[in-house]
Design a protein around this ligand. Structure first.
Ligand SMILES: [Zn+2]
Length: 451
């Protein structure tokens, strides 16, 4: 047992998470205000002043601030209150019960991301309780709508009240991964970058006709099939962002086959796919993650066309989930897609939704403090920066100029694929041990960094 752990907060953080899970904030519709009010009450017990800011009815965001001595830096502890839907009959427990069983807290949001809400709340309460003298301000924000893009949560706050959440540094969700275990060593990740999203609709037009005489028609379904095949198998040029480069470099220092393959990835980025194909035979998860973090990806996800069995339709449309790297834009993506399809006629392109990619530097005082703090708890562990192939609210704050890190340390207490299946999946849960670990590390980190 690590003596540095704050075992005294075990009951408090466990109960807080259970209570939060019981407040159903499934988005849509979100309805985060009851959870925001509940947090305000618990923070006010410690003498902290809270502000409830609603973008519309039911969509509450809660903000609290502990003032420092007016020096730099300021730090924002960010998390989101909403969760994705859960289908109770698929779960082995009620997903909104917040049940504590077999050392775990069960329920929707246990990992994504009500555990971080609970941990950051307890950190604020501990700072107030211990009357810690801070250099800069520590701000707490638990917000609405992350799971639907954050437009009425952090997006709205950045637009309407930027002064309330602007900070030099932000700690947010974004690395809900257990530490990677290589040769018995814990390797923790810090999310320093995330890809951008471009959802694109492509309409293929044709000439309708009778299904019994296909030669007379120009079949839009066939045109769309070719579009989907080409885009779905297209491999964009490899581009290695600083975060990914550093991550590969750090991991390649370990021993073993994967590390050896990683170092050839460093030296031969242009034959990356060959190396990754080899790696996929041993570690498919890591290989495909790396492939997706080194290039733009385009996945066909929806196809609609036709109204009747015997009518060749005049149109067929497909939706493509594209993910772009830091430095790329929806315009560069659209140009690339058009280039791949340049000899296919009668296509129409529409961008349905887009969010930009973002990256923060990892050569910072906070990153070094994360490394130092983790080593205090687990000597010999190491830390690598990490690019997320999905997105979080950090992108809004990176746009405001904040250095944002996705950081909630989890020790491996179940296989990685089992944990990844629970996020947005069934039987989501977090161990009480990881709640205590996360609270202890974050509290120590904030104390060290802000005093
Ligand atoms: Zn989340």
């Amino acid at each position: 047992m690590c003596t540095k752990l704050f075992h005294e907060v075990e009951d408090e953080v466990t109960t807080l998470l259970s209570d939060l899970i019981r407040i159903n904030t499934t988005n849509p519709p979100g309805n985060e205000t009851p959870a925001a009010k509940f947090l305000a009450k618990t923070l006010e017990e410690e003498g902290l002043e809270c502000e409830l800011l609603k973008s519309s009815k039911g969509r509450g965001n809660i903000i609290a601030r502990i003032k420092g001595d007016g020096k730099k830096p300021n730090l924002l502890l960010l998390s989101h209150l909403d969760v994705v839907p859960a289908t109770p009959k698929e779960w082995s427990v009620d997903p909104f019960s917040g049940l504590v069983k077999e050392g775990y807290v069960w329920g929707r949001g246990a990992l994504d991301c009500k555990s971080l809400v609970a941990i950051e709340t307890i950190v604020m309460k501990l700072l107030a309780r211990k009357e810690v003298k801070l250099k800069g301000d520590v701000i707490f924000a638990a917000t609405a709508d992350e799971e639907m893009g954050g437009e009425v949560g952090v997006g709205w706050l950045v637009e309407t009240h930027p002064e309330k959440i602007r900070a030099d540094y932000v700690i947010n969700e974004g690395n809900t991964l257990p530490s990677i275990h290589i040769n018995g060593k814990h390797i923790f990740t810090v999310q320093t970058a995330e890809k951008g999203i471009v959802w694109m609709k492509i309409k293929a037009h044709g000439r309708p006709g009778h299904g019994s005489c296909p030669g007379l028609a120009d079949n839009a379904v066939l045109r769309m099939a070719e579009v989907a095949r080409r885009l779905g198998t297209h491999r964009s040029k490899i581009k290695v962002a600083p975060t990914v480069k550093h991550m590969i470099k750090e991991l390649s220092k370990e021993r073993g086959t994967i590390a050896r393959l990683l170092s050839s990835l460093m030296t031969k980025p242009f034959s990356a796919d060959l190396v990754l194909d080899q790696m996929a035979k041993k570690e498919k998860g890591i290989a495909e993650y790396l492939r997706a973090s080194m290039r733009t990806t385009i996945a066909p996800t929806m196809v609609h066309g036709g109204i009747k069995e015997n009518i060749i339709p005049s149109g067929c449309e497909g939706v493509f989930d594209c993910r772009i790297l830091p430095g790329q834009t929806k315009e560069t993506l659209l140009n690339e897609v058009k280039e791949v399809l340049k000899d296919i006629e009668n296509l129409e392109f529409e961008i349905i939704k887009a969010s930009e990619p973002s990256e923060s530097p990892f050569d910072t005082a906070l990153y070094r403090q994360v490394e130092e703090t983790l080593k205090e708890f687990l000597p010999g562990c190491s830390v690598v920066p990490f690019m997320m192939t999905g997105g979080t609210d950090s992108r809004y704050l990176r746009r405001l100029g904040s250095v944002c890190y996705g950081f909630q340390p989890l020790k491996t207490d179940m296989p990685m694929d089992e944990l990844l299946k629970m996020i947005h999946g069934v039987d989501e849960r977090i161990s009480v041990e990881n709640l205590v670990f996360g609270t202890s590390v974050l509290c120590r980190l904030v104390e060290r960094f802000m005093t």
